[in-house]
Design a protein around this ligand. Structure first.
Ligand SMILES: C[S@@+](CC[C@H](N)C(=O)[O-])C[C@H]1O[C@@H](n2cnc3c(N)ncnc32)[C@H](O)[C@@H]1O
Length: 378
């Protein structure tokens, strides 16, 4: 068993923290290089990592890593990080946050813009459904040109960082009202705006990466359905898991990134069918039941039980759901499943979700608080 020092003191300290983090600033630095719904405020993984006193040499795992908040905080404290997510945009963001960005990035990005701006350049526009509804035709051509130029960049880290910069501006240059509103409206996107916004995103990404000083550079991002993930996929001993699973019927990560995936040659519909909890599933003829969610969480907790070292912690941030009028207490459900999987319940902390977190304040769900559940592998 790995020695976790002063366990009782650590748990007592967890109860002195105000987990609402009312002063948290979510809008700058490495965490904010790309929008992501229901992203952790960085203070949650940061505080858990520091108070749980995870032994050096142990990796920190997030099996629903989304935009990589846990992975970044793990690297910053010198731990190797491992993330799993089904969504390719989530994995792209997680990789770009945690992998190096070579010095040639700005020069190569400038080269791409120059290539894409050339008047004779008419790159093929991919066959994306409903494209004319969501993107004005000159905007489509500018994105296609830029995407083509980025595709010619040799260095993988630079290419992925540019794909992320492009992805981050797509909603802004589209007809979509905003990241969280899916109505098409008339916007004043001018000729050249795609290039200008891309150049700004590139500068912001570069600046964020310059201030990122990780103590560990080890990170493994696994783009996979967690239901198909095997213990052998996780290649290091895990000392701590910090994660927030998708809540049933609360959100649709695939939909949020649908056109980003199309533009980056990925298939959002393949993501949709495998996404746990996606609202769309609850409107079909045979909707999933809460027992289905229980089965999914059991699979995840069994996997975690296998990859976490004895004495290691599993921290799960989760709130309630509302499914066809019925409130579901996901925290109790996960606690019961964790017990069945042989995990010890250490403690349960509560936090308010800020009203500004639009992705969680969906009118149908009324999710205003969430729990931080802490389990331990005996
Ligand atoms: C609450 S979000 C995680 C956000 C993350 N904590 C962050 O800070 O960005 C839940 C994540 O679960 C992912 N997810 C949903 N179904 C999945 C599945 N079957 N396998 C793996 N990941 C899945 C979604 O893509 C989403 O990124």
């Amino acid at each position: 068993m790995v020695m976790y020092t002063q366990e009782n003191t650590a748990i007592a300290k967890l109860h002195t923290v105000n987990w609402d983090f009312p002063d948290s600033n979510k809008s700058n630095g490495i965490h904010a290089i790309h929008p992501y719904p229901a992203r952790f405020i960085a203070e949650i993984p940061r505080t858990l990592i520091s108070l749980l006193d995870i032994p050096a040499g142990m990796a920190i795992l997030d099996p629903f890593c989304g935009s990589g908040s846990t992975l970044v905080e793990a690297q910053l404290t010198g731990h190797a990080a491992i993330g799993v997510d089904l969504n390719p945009i989530a994995c792209l963001i997680s990789r770009v946050k945690t992998q190096p960005l070579p010095d040639m990035f700005l020069n190569e990005a400038a080269w791409c813009v120059e290539q894409a701006r050339q008047p004779h350049k008419i790159a093929a526009i991919p066959p994306i459904p409903n494209l004319d509804h969501w993107f004005a035709s000159p905007v489509q051509q500018e994105i296609a040109n830029l995407r083509h130029a980025i595709g010619q960049v040799n260095d993988l880290y630079i290419r992925e960082a540019m794909q992320l910069a492009l992805s981050s501006i797509l909603v802004r240059v589209s007809n979509q009202e905003s990241d969280t509103r899916y109505a098409a409206i008339k916007k004043k996107v001018q000729s050249g705006d795609v290039f200008q916004q891309f150049a700004t995103a590139v500068q912001q990404l570069w600046a964020a990466k310059q201030t990122y000083r990780p103590l560990s550079t080890e990170c493994q991002v696994i783009e996979k359905n967690i239901m198909l993930t095997e213990p052998a996929d996780i290649t290091r001993p895990v000392g701590c898991v910090i994660t927030s699973p998708p809540y049933p019927n609360a959100y649709e990560y695939w939909l949020y990134h649908k056109y980003r995936m199309f533009w980056l040659d990925r298939d959002p519909l393949a993501v949709k069918v495998q996404e746990i909890g996606a609202r769309a599933h609850y409107f079909r003829k045979n909707p999933p039941t809460i027992e289905d969610f229980q089965v999914q969480m059991k699979h995840v907790l069994q996997l975690l039980h296998q990859v976490v070292v004895p004495g290691g912690y599993i921290c799960i941030v989760i709130g309630r759901s509302k499914i066809h009028g019925q409130i579901v207490d996901n925290a109790s459900l996960v606690t019961a499943v964790a017990r069945q999987c042989g995990l010890l319940t250490i403690t349960n902390l509560s936090r308010q979700i800020a009203a500004s977190r639009k992705s969680f304040n969906l009118s149908h769900a009324n999710i205003k608080t969430e729990q931080i559940l802490i389990f331990q592998k005996p």
